[in-house]
Write a protein that binds this ligand. Structure first.
Ligand SMILES: [Zn+2]
Length: 280
């Protein structure tokens, strides 16, 4: 199974490509989900592509599905080539939901049921022209501390670059081991979620197994735009996927990732009222 996913990753990075005018977009935010949902917060990746001055952008990242399209709350794992003047959009996204039949996790190709490019509430997006080019390769085996793979990279960048923020996106594979992944329940919380503890009791947590293909967006430090400084969603070819927290197998875990530093960061529809709950 691993070679298949590695091939997929290498195909994505080296052939399809994640280079060319690399940029990051932080759209909406957790304050549109918590303490109570604002369902009118709906966005379209084709519009975002124009807003970041990259029509036809190739998007990877982490966000929430559009509940008006999907009919409930869900994790979106966006893999989208936005429409351009020449070509229609290509939506290769995945969607991770709680399976209504057994309460387990359910990962599906977005295009199996929907043919739009909407998302809701929030997204952290890495966009590029989708071209081959130079990338940063990061390999890591065994976890020796508490921080996850992306936090380690982010905090290392912060230590080195200080108050000059560095943002990156790309893709990595958890090649061996297992990971702690959450999926939001299909129903938004009817009572306000005001603390991290309340949020964690509402979320559904799973231990999912490698190989998991992950889509990180990170910024070393928030320069005051109310950013989510890291956000990673993942999918697999064995029916598992969602929001990555960390691996649960520090002794045996293996990571391989490819990253590109962003040239620009766009903050879109920043919430006016904000808080720091549920940013993990
Ligand atoms: Zn998420």
């Amino acid at each position: 199974d691993t070679p298949t996913n590695l091939t997929h990753l290498l195909f994505l990075v080296l052939l399809t490509g994640i280079c060319g005018k690399p940029r990051i977009a932080d759209v909406g935010g957790v304050p549109y989900l918590l303490p109570l949902v604002q369902k009118d917060k709906v966005y379209d990746l084709n519009t975002v592509a124009k807003e970041i001055q990259l029509p036809g952008a190739f998007f990877l990242g982490a966000g929430a599905a559009s509940s008006r399209v999907v009919g409930g709350n869900a994790e979106l794992i966006p893999v989208v080539k936005a429409k351009s003047e020449e070509k229609p959009a290509v939506n290769g996204s995945y969607i991770a939901q709680i399976n209504p039949s057994d309460g387990g996790s359910l990962l599906e190709k977005y295009s199996s049921k929907h043919n739009d490019c909407e998302f809701g509430l929030l997204a952290n997006l890495y966009a590029s022209e989708g071209l081959p080019g130079q990338v940063i390769e990061v390999k890591a085996n065994r976890r020796t501390g508490e921080q996850n793979f992306i936090s380690c990279i982010r905090k290392t960048l912060e230590k080195y670059y200080g108050d000059k923020p560095v943002g990156m996106g790309g893709t990595f594979v958890i090649q061996k081991g297992k990971a702690r992944i959450h999926i939001m329940p299909s129903e938004f919380s009817a009572c306000p979620l005001n603390t991290d503890e309340e949020v964690n009791n509402w979320l559904k947590f799973f231990e999912m197994r490698a190989p998991l293909i992950c889509q990180p967006v990170l910024v070393s430090q928030d320069p005051g735009f109310d950013l989510r400084v890291e956000h990673t969603h993942c999918f697999s070819h064995h029916g598992e996927g969602g929001h990555y927290h960390t691996d649960t197998t520090p002794e045996t875990v293996e990571y391989l990732g490819y990253f590109v530093p962003a040239e620009f960061l766009f903050r879109i529809d920043r919430p006016k009222e904000t808080h720091m709950v549920g940013r993990d």
